[in-house]
Design a protein around this ligand. Structure first.
Ligand code: DLL
Length: 431
């Protein structure tokens, strides 16, 4: 039933293992320039970490630290020992780099294999990876995991939907790795080209790398007939394989033998009360090449209380509601893009894509939501369209407490990207 004996660890075993691995990790980290400096600044020596509570004496690591350490200031072993590096997309300023030793790649692959097995994938499954390869960790990360598990892996990469579908059909693909916005795009493509998505026969979809709502999951499962498992990770912590849903599909188990997780209040930096939402902070416990201590992910989530029916005691993360830097403030009201997605994806008239625009009217910030409408609802009757526009605006207002301007557009009218979708365009500075 389990892929790895680590899945059966009790809470007590987990704590014991975490402490011994944390101590090794601190010793290793102290060999890097960044942590040698940070430890010295805090008057901390690796051997001062004697209990799990001592974790809190270790300073946080931020994205800024990683940028300033570019290209190799976090390396804890000589470069000759490294076998791979991934560089983040770095939309703003200097990118960040993560180096891996052969041992790190081995660990990462087995973590991903463990996740895949937990969803029900087995040797014999045919796995197609629809995300980009190259520097994005969802490519090689998932690929190595699938091969490790013993699946037939097809490294299709991103885009070229016609070809994706042909390979899925010709090789009887049973499991897919897919970003939610691309899954919605394929659904649309199938509708336009008269393909029944259920006839593709895909059983399992690993869906992650960007936030999506429960409503989007239900929509995708309804359209494709597969089970969609949420998958969380970030390049700094390897990539995919950090936390994954089990067959209960109720929160993502975070592998606590490999990562130490905290949820903190991003303002006070203190731990939140149990079960409250805050910023996820992660420490690697198994990495040799580039250990990272108390990394502030900026991702907002919470630990789900209570045991999981699957029996695994590794803590569960709730769906990531967004990043602390995604917060939109309009007329003093805090809004997360995910709230808008939830409302839209629950409406049958709404198609598979939308875009949020922030703009300024005089001194006042405004929000406009452009919504693709399914073909059968995109009629010439102005009254019907106006009524639909009003209905969507009202539903959004009930959720986000401000009334957005709503523009209805034909399906396929909005820009789509091959990688992660850009859902919010902020035009306020440009105006
Ligand atoms: O997106 C790693 C990954 C690849 C995860 C494939 C899952 C599947 P980055 O490009 O570094 O790494 O982006 C990491 O993406 O901090 C979150 O903000 C977001 N993210 C990743 N998974 C989820 C998810 C990969 N399931 C950043 N839900 C993270 C919400 C997610 N957000």
């Amino acid at each position: 039933m389990y892929y790895d004996p680590a899945e059966t660890l009790s809470r007590e075993d987990i704590s014991r293992l975490q402490l011994s691995r944390l101590r090794t990790t601190c010793e290793r980290a102290a060999r890097s320039r960044l942590y040698a400096r940070k430890f010295a600044e805090h008057g901390l020596r690796p051997e001062d970490v004697r209990t799990l509570d001592d974790l809190r004496r270790i300073p946080f690591t931020t994205k800024q630290d990683l940028r300033e350490s570019y290209p190799d200031g976090l390396n804890a072993v000589p470069q000759e020992k490294m076998v791979r590096l991934h560089v983040s997309s770095g939309t703003t300023g200097t990118p960040t780099v993560v180096y891996h030793t052969a041992g790190d790649i081995c660990w990462w692959s087995s973590l991903v294999a463990r996740c895949m097995h937990m969803t029900g994938m087995r040797p014999g499954d045919v796995f197609q990876n629809t995300t980009s390869y190259g520097l994005f960790t969802g490519g090689l990360g998932m690929h190595y995991g699938a091969e490790r598990l013993g699946c037939l892996a097809i490294p299709m990469g991103a885009g070229n939907t016609q070809r994706q579908l042909k390979l899925i059909q010709d090789f009887k693909v049973t499991a897919l790795h897919i970003i939610p916005s691309y899954a919605l795009y394929i659904a649309n493509f199938c509708a336009l080209n008269g393909i029944d998505p259920k006839s593709l026969g895909v059983r399992i979809a690993l869906v992650g790398a960007e936030p999506y709502s429960e409503q989007t999951r239900s929509r995708l499962e309804g359209i494709f007939g597969f089970k969609a498992f949420n998958s969380y990770g970030l390049s700094e912590m390897n990539g995919p394989g950090v936390a994954f849903e089990c067959q209960e599909q109720s929160g993502m188990h975070l592998w606590e033998d490999a990562y130490l997780a905290e949820v903190i209040d991003p303002q006070t930096l203190e731990p939140v009360k149990p079960g409250e939402v805050g910023e996820l902070v992660l420490t690697t416990l198994c990495r040799e090449g580039m250990p990272i201590l108390r990394y502030r992910t900026r991702d907002l989530t919470r630990f789900l209380p209570g045991p999981c029916a699957c029996g695994r005691e590794h803590v569960r993360l709730d769906r990531i509601t967004g990043r602390s830097d995604d917060l939109i403030i309009i007329k003093g009201v805090n809004i997360y893009p995910m709230q808008i997605e939830q409302v839209l994806m629950a409406l049958p008239e709404v198609g598979q894509n939308y875009l949020i625009e922030l703009y300024r009217e005089g001194p006042i910030d405004q929000i406009r939501v452009k919504v693709e409408i399914k073909e059968e609802f995109f009629v010439e009757d102005m009254r019907a369209l106006n009524a639909l526009r009003q209905k969507i605006a009202n539903k959004l207002r009930d959720e986000i407490l401000v009334t957005p301007k709503v523009d209805l557009v034909e399906h396929n009218a909005l820009p789509k990207s091959e990688g992660k979708a850009q859902r919010v365009v902020d035009m306020r500075e440009a105006e």
